[in-house]
Design a protein around this ligand. Structure first.
Ligand SMILES: *[C@@H]1O[C@H](CO)[C@@H](O)[C@H](O)[C@H]1NC(C)=O
Ligand SMILES: *[C@@H]1O[C@H](CO)[C@@H](O)[C@H](O)[C@H]1NC(C)=O
Ligand SMILES: *[C@@H]1O[C@H](CO)[C@@H](O)[C@H](O)[C@H]1NC(C)=O
Ligand SMILES: *[C@@H]1O[C@H](CO)[C@@H](O)[C@H](O)[C@H]1NC(C)=O
Ligand SMILES: *[C@@H]1O[C@H](CO)[C@@H](O)[C@H](O)[C@H]1NC(C)=O
Ligand SMILES: *[C@@H]1O[C@H](CO)[C@@H](O)[C@H](O)[C@H]1NC(C)=O
Ligand SMILES: *[C@@H]1O[C@H](CO)[C@@H](O)[C@H](O)[C@H]1NC(C)=O
Ligand SMILES: *[C@@H]1O[C@H](CO)[C@@H](O)[C@H](O)[C@H]1NC(C)=O
Ligand SMILES: *[C@@H]1O[C@H](CO)[C@@H](O)[C@H](O)[C@H]1NC(C)=O
Ligand SMILES: *[C@@H]1O[C@H](CO)[C@@H](O)[C@H](O)[C@H]1NC(C)=O
Ligand SMILES: *[C@@H]1O[C@H](CO)[C@@H](O)[C@H](O)[C@H]1NC(C)=O
Length: 832
C-alpha cells in the first residue's frame, strides 16, 4: 500500500527512460482539475460516453474554445502559461459483486518531445488545436493498421503501439506491452499514450484525419499528406493498482468498459500562450542538455510553480452523477466488454444527468504586495519571505492552522497574541513571533508560493517558507506592572502582584470566573469582577479571569512568573500557568478612600506606639511600621488576603484563626500573616504607614510598601504531640510520602491491611483514635487533614525528612502540626 501511495505522488516526479536516440523534451506534471463524463473533442456540449480524468486549465467544461481556456484562473499543470487540457479515461476495479471502485491516480505527466527527422522545424500547436489518440472501442491486438512508411529507417510501425503499459514492480523491470497485461504492480501501473505529430494544416476532424502518426510513431518522418511537424506529445498516468484490495477477485476496467487496455486513449486541446510555446519549442525541444526539466527551459520556468496541485485544485463536478469512490455500474451505460471484437457504444436510456455551469470564479488578480505595502485597512505591512523549518521555527511564539487561512486571519491572531510578526506558510499555517532572529529576509517575488486556503488571491508562503507581515503599530514596550502602583480602568483597579493559584476546585479567587480565549485583558477582567461587586480580580493563563473577595494564593516574588501576554492585549500580562495577576478593585465612590485623619498616637514615633496601641479587644499589640516589598519577598509571607472592608480587627481575626504569631495590614486593604518578620525587613518611621484602612477610615492600614505589623497575643506555639495523651502512640518523626505508594500503605504480605481517612476537623488525637480503634501499630497525619494507619511503618521508599517540613497545622487544632505537603508526621504504638 505505502509503495503505491508513494508512486501516486511520484506521478509528479521523474519518469521513464523509454526514449532512444535524442532526448530533447520537457516533462510537465499535472494534477486533476475535473473528473466526469466530459469530452469536448468527441462530444462537445453534451455529457460524454464515459468518465474521464482531466488535467490542465481550470475553466474546462462541456465544450471549450481557446479563449475559454486562456481565461482560466489557473491550471493544474506545473507551467501556468499552458492552459491546455489533457484527458484520459478513468480506471476502475470491478469487484466480483459487480461494484466498481475508482482506482486512485494523482494526475498526468505530459511530455513535449522533439522527435522526427524534421524536429528542427517543429511548429507550435495552433490556438485551440485538438486531437485524440487511441481507439476506445479496441479490445484486441490490432495487427493490421500501420503507420506511414517511407522505407529504410523510416519503415512503418503498428499503430497499436501508440498505447503501452508499464507495470512498475519492485521485483524488477518488466517489458512494456500494448495492453493491460499485468495489474499487480507494487509501485503502480503506468498507462502511456503517444500522439500523432504530423498535421495537414486543416481544422479539427472528428475522425482525426487532420493528424497522422510519424512513421515510427515516436520518431521517423511525416506522411506527405500531413507534412507539418508538430511536437510529439506523450502522456503517462500512474494508477495505484495495489491500493485496491484485490483478494476477493475482480478485474480492472477503464470507464469505456475496457478490461484489456487495448482501448486506452488520450485527448489534447491546446491552450498555450502561443508565444511561450513557440519560445519553448525553439529553445528547449531541441536542446538535449535540459534533461526534460522545465526549470532549465527559461520560457517555461518563468511561469513554473511546484504548487500547482494546491493552487489549482480539482473543481466541483460539472456532471451531476457519482463517478468516484464505489459505484454500481459504469456511468454512461458502458458494459464491460472483454473483446476480442470491437466494443459497441450502447445507447443510454434518456436519463442524462444534469450539468452545472462551469464555475471558475470571477476573474481576479493575485495580491502581490511589495515590501512595506500595507494590507487594506490594517497596520500590518509586508516584510518579505523567510525560510522556516519544523525543527526550529523562525517565528516561534504562537501558531495555528486553518482551512480558511487568510492574511487577515493570521495577522489578527498574531496581534491578539501580542506578537508583531505574522507569518503564513504552506497555505493553511500561521506563525507568530516577536522577531525572526538572524533569519534572512528573501524577495518573495523570486519564489513560488501557495495560495491561502481561505483566499485564492492571496499568497500564504510555501512548505518551509514564510510570507511575513509586520505590525507597524506594534509598541515594544510591554506594560510593566508595579505592585501597589500600576492602575488600570481609570484608577479603579490597582495591581497587587503575581500570586500562585492551586487551581482545580481550590482556586485562589474562587467566587466567579470568565474565560475569553480571544480578547481577555486585565481591563476586561477588572471590569467584569467589579460589575459583580467583587474586590479582587485576577487574570491567569492569558485568557482566564477570576473574581473574589479573598485571595488564598501565595504571593510570588518573582513577578516574571506572570508573564503570559493577554489574549486580547499585546502589551499586557495576564498571569501564567496557575499564576494569577491580581488586581484590587475599588467598589464604591473614590471619596470613601480619602486618607484618614490621623489620630494623634498614629503620628507619634514608633517607640511611643509600639506595644501601646491595642486592637481586636486587646488581643493584638502594635509592633511598628515595617518595610515591605512585593518583589523580594513579603515581610510577613505565610498567608494573605485582601478585602475592601479591611480593618485591623478583621486582619487580626483572620491571622489569629490560623494561629500566626504576627499579622500586618498594608495599603489599605491587604492583610498578611506570619510568625516573624523576614530578616531584611526593617522598622521605618510611622509616617510611612499612613493609609487608612478601607473598612475603617479611622484606623491605619500600612502604606505603600509599608506594613503595619501587630503581635497576636493569642498565639499558641504549634507543637508535635510527642506522646499522645490517652492513646499509646509516640512521635517518630517527619517522613516523606512514599514513592510508589503511600508511606503508611499496605505491606507486601497478602494479609497486610491499611486504613486512611480525611477529616476537615482532624487533630493528631483524632487520627490516633481512628488508628488505635482499628488496632494499627503506626499512624500518621498529613496535609492538615489526612490520617493514615498501617502495621509495617514507613513503606514505599518513605524516608525521614527535615522536621521543619511537617509544618501544616491540623485543620481541627491550629496548635498541632499535621504533617505537610507530601510529608507525614508518623507515630508508633508504645506497646510494640
Ligand atoms: C461489492 O464488494 C466490494 C468489495 O468487497 C464492497 O466494498 C462493496 O460494498 C460491495 N458492493 C455491494 C453493493 O455490496
Ligand atoms: C500484437 O501483435 C504484434 C504483431 O504481431 C506482436 O508483435 C505483439 O507481441 C502482439 N501483442 C500482443 C499483446 O499479443
Ligand atoms: C519536413 O517539413 C516540411 C514542411 O515543414 C515538409 O515539406 C517535409 O516533407 C518534411 N520532411 C520530413 C522528412 O518529414
Ligand atoms: C474559519 O472557519 C472557522 C470554522 O468554520 C470559523 O469559526 C472562523 O470564523 C473562520 N475564520 C475566518 C477568518 O473566516
Ligand atoms: C524583488 O524581485 C522583483 C523581481 O525580481 C523586483 O522587481 C523587486 O524590486 C525585488 N524587491 C526587492 C525588495 O528586492
Ligand atoms: C481576498 O484577498 C484580497 C487581496 O488581499 C482582498 O482584496 C479580498 O477582499 C479578499 N477576499 C475576501 C473574501 O476576504
Ligand atoms: C516593522 O515595522 C516597524 C514599524 O514600522 C519597523 O520599524 C521595522 O523595521 C519593521 N520590521 C521589519 C522587519 O520590516
Ligand atoms: C475611564 O474614563 C473615561 C472618561 O470618563 C471613560 O470614557 C472610560 O469609559 C473609563 N474607562 C473605564 C474602563 O472605566
Ligand atoms: C470584642 O469583644 C466583644 C465583646 O466580647 C465582641 O462582641 C466583639 O466581637 C469582639 N471584637 C473582636 C474584633 O474580636
Ligand atoms: C473604627 O476604628 C476605631 C478605632 O479603632 C473604633 O473606635 C471604631 O469602633 C471602629 N469603627 C467600626 C465601625 O468598627
Ligand atoms: C507578642 O506578645 C506575646 C505575649 O504578650 C509576647 O510574649 C511576645 O514576646 C510578643 N512578641 C513580640 C515580637 O513582641
Amino acid at each position: 500500500m505505502t509503495n503505491s501511495r508513494r508512486v501516486l505522488l511520484g506521478v509528479l516526479a521523474a519518469s521513464s527512460a523509454c526514449f532512444h536516440s535524442v532526448d530533447a523534451y520537457w516533462r510537465m506534471s499535472c494534477s486533476i482539475i475535473q473528473t466526469g463524463r466530459l469530452d469536448p473533442n468527441v462530444s462537445p456540449g453534451t455529457v460524454s460516453a464515459h468518465v474521464h480524468k482531466v488535467s490542465g486549465a481550470s475553466n474546462f467544461g462541456l465544450s471549450n474554445t481557446y479563449e475559454d481556456l486562456i481565461a482560466s484562473q489557473c491550471t493544474s499543470c506545473e507551467v501556468q502559461d499552458d492552459k491546455s487540457i489533457y484527458w484520459t479515461p478513468q480506471l476502475y476495479y470491478q469487484h466480483t459483486n459487480g461494484s466498481l471502485e475508482e482506482v486512485p491516480n494523482g494526475g498526468t505527466v505530459v511530455y513535449y518531445l522533439g522527435r522526427g527527422e524534421n524536429r528542427s522545424k517543429i511548429e507550435p500547436f495552433p490556438p485551440g488545436f485538438r486531437m485524440v489518440s487511441g481507439d476506445p472501442y479496441l479490445r484486441s491486438n490490432d495487427t493490421t493498421s500501420f503507420t506511414y512508411s517511407a522505407g529504410g529507417n523510416s519503415g512503418s510501425r503498428l499503430v497499436s503501439d501508440r498505447v503501452s503499459f508499464a507495470c512498475l514492480d519492485s521485483s524488477g523491470t518488466i517489458p512494456e506491452q500494448n495492453h493491460m497485461f499485468r495489474t499487480d504492480c507494487s509501485n503502480g501501473l503506468r498507462a502511456q499514450i503517444q500522439f500523432p505529430s504530423c498535421w495537414n494544416g486543416q481544422g479539427y476532424q472528428l475522425d482525426q484525419s487532420h493528424v497522422a502518426y510519424m512513421s515510427g510513431i515516436d520518431n521517423g518522418v511525416c506522411p506527405p499528406s500531413h507534412p507539418r511537424q508538430l511536437a510529439h506529445l506523450f502522456f503517462e498516468i500512474i494508477y495505484g493498482v495495489n491500493d485496491i484490495n484485490k483478494e476477493a477477485g475482480g478485474q480492472f476496467v477503464f470507464a469505456n468498459g475496457d478490461p484489456t487496455g487495448f482501448g486506452f486513449h488520450g485527448d489534447f486541446m491546446n491552450g498555450w500562450d502561443i508565444e511561450v510555446l513557440t519560445d519553448a519549442l525553439d529553445q528547449c525541444v531541441n536542446d538535449d542538455s535540459s534533461n526534460g526539466q522545465i526549470s532549465k527551459c527559461p520560457p517555461l520556468a518563468k511561469s513554473q510553480t511546484p504548487y500547482y496541485a494546491t493552487n489549482c485544485p480539482e473543481r466541483k463536478p460539472i456532471v451531476n452523477e457519482q463517478v468516484k469512490g464505489m459505484i454500481e455500474c459504469l456511468p454512461g451505460c458502458n458494459v464491460v466488454t472483454p473483446g476480442p471484437d470491437r466494443a459497441i457504444q450502447l445507447a443510454c436510456p434518456d436519463d442524462t444527468p444534469s450539468v452545472n455551469t462551469v464555475d471558475d470564479g470571477e476573474s481576479y488578480t493575485m495580491f502581490n504586495p511589495s515590501i512595506g505595502q500595507k494590507l487594506d485597512g490594517s497596520k500590518f505591512a509586508f516584510a518579505g519571505c523567510a525560510a522556516d523549518s519544523g525543527s526550529s521555527r523562525t517565528l516561534s511564539g504562537h501558531s495555528t492552522v486553518a482551512d480558511n487561512m487568510t492574511i487577515e486571519y493570521c495577522t489578527s491572531v498574531c496581534k491578539s497574541q501580542g506578537y508583531p510578526f505574522a507569518g503564513l506558510e504552506y497555505s493553511r499555517e500561521c506563525y507568530c513571533g516577536s522577531s525572526f532572529g538572524s533569519t534572512t529576509i528573501m524577495n518573495c517575488s523570486t519564489t513560488s508560493q501557495m495560495i491561502c486556503a481561505g483566499n485564492a488571491t492571496q499568497w500564504c508562503g510555501a512548505p518551509n517558507l514564510l510570507a511575513i507581515w509586520n505590525d507597524t503599530s506594534y509598541s515594544q514596550s510591554i506594560t510593566t506592572l508595579l505592585v501597589d502602583t500600576t492602575t488600570i480602568n481609570n484608577g479603579s483597579a490597582t495591581y497587587m502582584g503575581c500570586f500562585s493559584d492551586p487551581g482545580g476546585n481550590n482556586r485562589a479567587l474562587s467566587s466567579d470566573s470568565l474565560f475569553d480565549t480571544v480578547a481577555m485583558t486585565n481591563e476586561k477582567c477588572a471590569s467584569y469582577c467589579k460589575s459583580k461587586g467583587y474586590s479582587l480580580a485576577g487574570t491567569e493563563y492569558s485568557q482566564e479571569c477570576y473574581c473574589g473577595n479573598v485571595n488564598t494564593g501565595a504571593l510570588i516574588t518573582d513577578s516574571s512568573q506572570c508573564d503570559m501576554k493577554c489574549k486580547g492585549d499585546s502589551h499586557g500580562f495576564c498571569g501564567g500557568s496557575l499564576k494569577l495577576s491580581v488586581w484590587s478593585l475599588t467598589q464604591a465612590s473614590p471619596s470613601q478612600y480619602q486618607p484618614a485623619t490621623l489620630q494623634p498616637t498614629q503620628t507619634a514615633s514608633v517607640q511611643e506606639n509600639a506595644g501601646v496601641l491595642r486592637a481586636a479587644n486587646g488581643t493584638a499589640t502594635y509592633l511598628g511600621c515595617y518595610t515591605d516589598s512585593a518583589s523580594d519577598g513579603r515581610t510577613l509571607a505565610k498567608d494573605f488576603y485582601y478585602s475592601d472592608s479591611m480593618t485591623v480587627d478583621s486582619c487580626a481575626s483572620y491571622c489569629q484563626s490560623k494561629n500566626y504569631a504576627l499579622f500586618g495590614v498594608e495599603y489599605g486593604g491587604e492583610c498578611y500573616c506570619g510568625n516573624s518578620p523576614k530578616d531584611s525587613a526593617t522598622v521605618s518611621t510611622e509616617e510611612g504607614c499612613s493609609i487608612a484602612c478601607k473598612g475603617n477610615s479611622t484606623q491605619i492600614c500600612g502604606g505603600s510598601s509599608r506594613v503595619s505589623v501587630w503581635n497576636n497575643t493569642l498565639y499558641v506555639p504549634t507543637r508535635n504531640l510527642v506522646a499522645i495523651s490517652g492513646s499509646g502512640y509516640t512521635y517518630l518523626g517527619c517522613y516523606t510520602e512514599g514513592v510508589n505508594g503511600r508511606a503508611l500503605g499496605k505491606g507486601m504480605s497478602t494479609t497486610s491491611t491499611s486504613y486512611s481517612t480525611t477529616d476537615s476537623t482532624l487533630t493528631v488525637e483524632k487520627c490516633a483514635s481512628y488508628c488505635m480503634g482499628k488496632g494499627y501499630t503506626y499512624m500518621g497525619v498529613e496535609y492538615g487533614q489526612e490520617c493514615y494507619c498501617n502495621n509495617e511503618g514507613p513503606l514505599n521508599g518513605a524516608t525521614k525528612a527535615a522536621e521543619g517540613d511537617c509544618s501544616m497545622t491540623c485543620e481541627g487544632d491550629i496548635t498541632e502540626w499535621c504533617g505537610g505537603s507530601s510529608r507525614v508526621s508518623i507515630y508508633k504504638a508504645n506497646n510494640v
